[in-house]
Design a protein around this ligand. Structure first.
Ligand SMILES: N[C@@H](CCC(=O)N[C@@H](CS)C(=O)NCC(=O)O)C(=O)O
Length: 222
């Protein structure tokens, strides 16, 4: 199996953490987003979407971080994607919740425009998006804090599921914009729990390197 990804990508890190924790025999192929490797003819021939992550397993060509997580978990029978129908439905619900509502309002609107993502976004539009996202994100963080976590260790209860791998990457993206999570103590505790996992530091090293670079650049401009 080959996983095309970049550790600076918010949707690659959940898959990378899952692969590392489960010691999966996956060859990691670095698609350097900064160098625009994802726009090369060779990569576009493989994945016309030009995005990461992307998995190749024999004849299977698979995009979408959530589909890749589900596929890998099913392949090895990981308890992080429960087989019992009701438990699986709750894991799917949380995965889809992060990938849709949370990602839209928090990642796409509130955080990414601080860094010129998506590329070419008009600065005035970016400021408007951030301002709008900041009014909407608290609703979703409140739901995560009170209703999904509610003092439980993981978003679906006592056991980690794929939703934790995905959600932890989306939430910690906020650190790149120094987002203040203190009003949501269950979220803060959950993130600390995820960060304590053995492979977190190695998986997230590229992301935190980028974050400190962004902070240095902002400090130099101030
Ligand atoms: N819905 C997709 C989103 C993947 C995605 O947008 N990846 C970004 C990095 S986080 C990317 O490759 N961007 C490159 C580009 O748009 O040029 C997933 O969950 O896998």
């Amino acid at each position: 199996m080959k996983l095309y990804c970049d550790p600076i990508s918010t949707t690659s890190r959940p898959v990378l953490l899952f692969v590392a924790e489960h010691r999966l025999p996956v060859e990691i192929v670095h698609v350097d987003l900064m160098s625009e490797d994802n726009r090369s003819a060779a990569y576009l021939a493989l994945n016309p979407n030009g995005i990461v992550p992307f998995l190749v397993d024999c004849d299977l060509r698979l995009g979408e971080s959530t589909a890749i997580l589900r596929y890998l978990a099913d392949k090895i029978g990981s308890p992080a994607y429960p087989r019992e129908p009701a438990a699986r439905a709750k894991a799917d619900e949380a995965l889809d919740w992060f990938a849709t509502n949370f990602h839209s309002y928090f990642c796409t609107m509130t955080i990414y425009p601080n860094f010129g993502v998506p590329r070419g976004l008009d600065p005035a539009v970016a400021q408007g998006l951030i301002a709008y996202g900041e009014t909407r994100s608290p609703k979703w963080l409140e739901i995560l804090d009170r209703h999904m976590l509610g003092g439980r260790p993981f978003v679906c209860g006592d056991q980690i599921t794929l939703a934790d791998y995905l959600g932890a990457s989306f939430v910690t993206l906020g650190e790149a914009a120094s987002f203040d999570f203190s009003p949501w103590p269950n979220v803060v505790a959950w993130i600390a729990r995820m960060k304590a996992r053995p492979h977190w530091d190695a998986t997230y090293a590229g992301f935190y390197g980028l974050v400190s670079g962004l902070r240095d650049a902002a400090a130099a401009q101030a």
